[in-house]
Design a protein around this ligand. Structure first.
Ligand code: IPE
Ligand code: IPE
Ligand code: MG
Length: 268
């Protein structure tokens, strides 16, 4: 199965060509993570209420998922709801929860048909029961899929993630399963909720804010950042292509100097 469609439309030949060029011009990131911001402001520019923007944002999620799967991205992580977002007016929070349930109901079948596995990270137990049930169902249905993993960060924050890892490690030390000297980068990594996911290569933030807002704090150590002024509901495939083009032009040195990086990339 090669062609991928989440919206029921066939890919246009022009789009196929753009993707072929992008694949030829450099590396496609293995893991893209997106801070989907600007739904409220987008709605405001249309003279509408915030939830209108969240609804429109679902279409951008579908498009980003489809494009990433078509390009061969293996992991797409979407920041959908932060720990701090619980502080929003309760009407907005419950509207977001309803939207999540609706989207899962509507989209799971298509994800499954396209061999996409859904994953979720965060304090899922804080969500309303119906949300948890819908989510568990979608995770179960898609669990054996291999083309790409779509990971939703829900009631997630980087500090929460690090804190829960520290707790688990402290417990293991207390019970004598590990010694404090055993604690290193890898061990910490293995206790984060992203243990099975490689660190993001590219982090995109929409709506022009130059901040991380408590996203993948540990995991982003060497991620490339791309910030666009476009609000999330307007972020469609052309924008994603631009972000990947920008990523392809970066030199990822991981602390080394340029000459060393050139040496390793020419010998591989
Ligand atoms: C991002 O859009 C979606 C969530 C955080 C749930 P916002 O709702 O933050 O939109 P702005 O930033 O207020 O425009
Ligand atoms: C970040 O957006 C969280 C999500 C996109 C889910 P926010 O809108 O919550 O971030 P701040 O408050 O502007 O930093
Ligand atoms: Mg925002």
């Amino acid at each position: 199965m090669d062609s991928i469609s989440l919206n029921g439309n066939k890919q246009t030949p022009e789009d196929f060509e753009l993707q072929t060029k992008l694949k030829a011009s450099g590396r496609i990131p293995e893991h893209i993570a997106i801070i989907m911001d600007g739904n409220g402001r987008w709605a405001k520019t249309k003279g509408n209420i915030r939830i209108f923007g969240h609804k429109a944002g679902v279409d951008s999620v579908r498009d980003a998922t489809e494009v990433c799967a078509q390009l061969g991205v293996k992991y797409l992580t979407l920041y959908a709801f932060s720990t701090e977002n619980w502080r929003r007016p309760s009407a907005e929070v419950s509207a977001l929860m309803n939207l999540l349930v609706q989207a899962l109901r509507r989209e799971t079948k298509k994800l499954n048909e396209n061999d996409i596995r859904l994953n979720a990270i965060g304090q899922i137990e804080r969500f309303p029961k119906q949300c948890q049930k819908q989510l568990a169902e979608a995770l179960e249905i898609t669990k054996d899929n291999n083309r790409m993993q779509l990971c939703l960060a829900l009631s997630y924050s980087g500090r929460w993630d690090i804190t829960q890892a520290v707790r688990k490690i402290a417990d293991a030390v207390k019970s004598g399963d590990i010694n404090p000297e055993d604690i290193d980068d890898n061990l910490i990594n293995d206790h984060l909720v992203t243990a099975d996911i490689p660190d993001p290569d590219l982090i995109i933030r929409t709506s022009g804010e130059f901040r991380i807002s408590n996203f993948l704090l540990w995991q982003l150590a060497y991620s490339e950042l791309y910030i666009t002024n476009t609000f999330w509901p307007d972020f469609r495939r052309d924008e994603l292509y631009k972000a990947i083009e920008s990523y392809q032009k970066r030199e990822r040195r991981f602390g080394k100097i340029s000459e060393q990086v050139a040496e390793t990339s020419s010998s591989t």
